[in-house]
Structures are given as C-alpha cells and as structure tokens.
Design a binder for this molecule. Sequence first.
Ligand SMILES: NC(=O)c1ccc[n+]([C@@H]2O[C@H](COP(=O)([O-])OP(=O)(O)OC[C@H]3O[C@@H](n4cnc5c(N)ncnc54)[C@H](OP(=O)(O)O)[C@@H]3O)[C@@H](O)[C@H]2O)c1
Length: 207
Amino acid sequence: MATPSSVRVAVHGASGRLGRLIVAEADSSYAGAIGRTGPIPPCDVVIDVSSAVGTTALLSRLSGQALVVGTTGDLPLEALATYAEQAAVAVVPNFSVGIPLLLDLVRRAVGALPSGWDIEVVEAHHHHKKDAPSGTARRIVRAIGRPGVPTHSLRVGDTFGEHTVWLCGPGERIELKHVATQRSVFAIGAMRWARALAQAPNGLQQP
Ligand SMILES: NC(=O)c1ccc[n+]([C@@H]2O[C@H](COP(=O)([O-])OP(=O)(O)OC[C@H]3O[C@@H](n4cnc5c(N)ncnc54)[C@H](OP(=O)(O)O)[C@@H]3O)[C@@H](O)[C@H]2O)c1
C-alpha cells in the first residue's frame, strides 16, 4: 500500500481548469494524464475531474486503482459502487475544507428550526460550468433532508463557487454561506483525498 508521501496520482481531465491545478499541486506525485483512449499510467490513485460521460467511460478502463471522483453531474453511481468492490472510491462534489463544515451547520440549524420556516439554496459558479444545480448544492439539499427544497443556480463571470442556504422565518432570516475565493482550494483538497484513499480499504465513500 502506498504511503501518503509516495502515492502516485494520475489525472483524468488533466487539461481542464481544475485538472491543471491538480497536476501542479501533485508535483512529484504526478504519474501522468489519462486521456480518452490509451493506457492508464501506472499509479496508485486516479483523480477524475472530467465530465459525467467521461467518468462512465473511465470506469471500464480501471483495474483496481483507488479513485477520487471530483466530477459533478449525473454520475454513474451504480457502476461506481460496483467498482468500489475492488478499490477504494470517493465521490466528492466539493474538495474544500469549508463545505463539510457548512453541511454540519446546516444539519444543526434545520434540526433546531421551528416549523414553518422556508429553506432554499442559492449557488453561483462561473459561466463555463455545465451542470446545474451544482453537485455541492445537491449535497446540501440531501443534508437538509426535507423534500422539495428549491435550488437556484447562477452562472456568472469567473465565480469559483458560492453556496448559500437561506433559512427564512417570520420577520427574520439566517444565511449560511460558503465562498471559494481561490480555485486552488479544490486542487489541494483533491490531493488530500488522494493521499487518504491510498490508505483506505475498498468501498465507496460519499462525504
Ligand atoms: N469536486 C470539486 O471540488 C470540484 C471543483 C471544481 C470543479 N469540479 C468539477 O470538475 C469537473 C471539471 O471541471 P473543470 O472546470 O475543470 O472543467 P473543464 O475545464 O471543462 O475540464 C474538463 C476536463 O475533462 C476532460 N473531459 C471532458 N469530457 C471528457 C470525456 N468524455 N472523457 C474524457 N475527458 C473528458 C476535458 O478534456 P478536453 O479538454 O479534451 O475536452 C478537460 O480536460 C466538473 O464536473 C466540475 O463540476 C469539481
């Protein structure tokens, strides 16, 4: 099993906005890019930051490497669960440190609210982002745990990623908000996950 310092990481989607930053962050751990065809470079962990279609095609080419899926959209969750029988797999729609904390705060706030409060989620991303609502917004809605929570998506300028949960009652409002101020936060988090998965047992994690 690779130690966190010796882990070799290959990147699927290496030429993309996030992929390029992960390659830089991986530094000497970088084992190479995974293209649409061709061999998978020898590696311990694959980081996938491509597209949902790309993730689906990638799965049939892997052979037991640990897999960090940062791609969002309509992912092939059944196929990922099947692959996780032979490898450690994590599906992480947001690599930041703050979003897991936001999810905790949201759960606590929703659990403590009196009845009758409205809850809605607003997310904003750069205008190149393809999926809406974002994978993180979907994750937040799961954490809220109520049916039919509305989400609103803005695709504006070069916004890296903002998520706000609005909790609105009579005469008052709480806003729980996370803002990614640098895209590199996602690359740092992707490598944190890669090092963790290199040590992890087989199975699917969906934090
Ligand atoms: N988990 C997180 O924290 C986080 C943060 C930011 C973004 N994301 C997600 O990461 C993904 C990539 O985002 P991005 O902004 O880097 O996108 P991007 O700039 O469009 O880059 C996408 C990359 O994936 C490749 N790709 C696209 N479709 C593919 C396919 N069918 N097969 C193989 N490779 C394919 C592209 O290659 P070509 O250039 O050849 O098309 C490119 O290298 C998105 O799903 C986004 O939502 C996740």
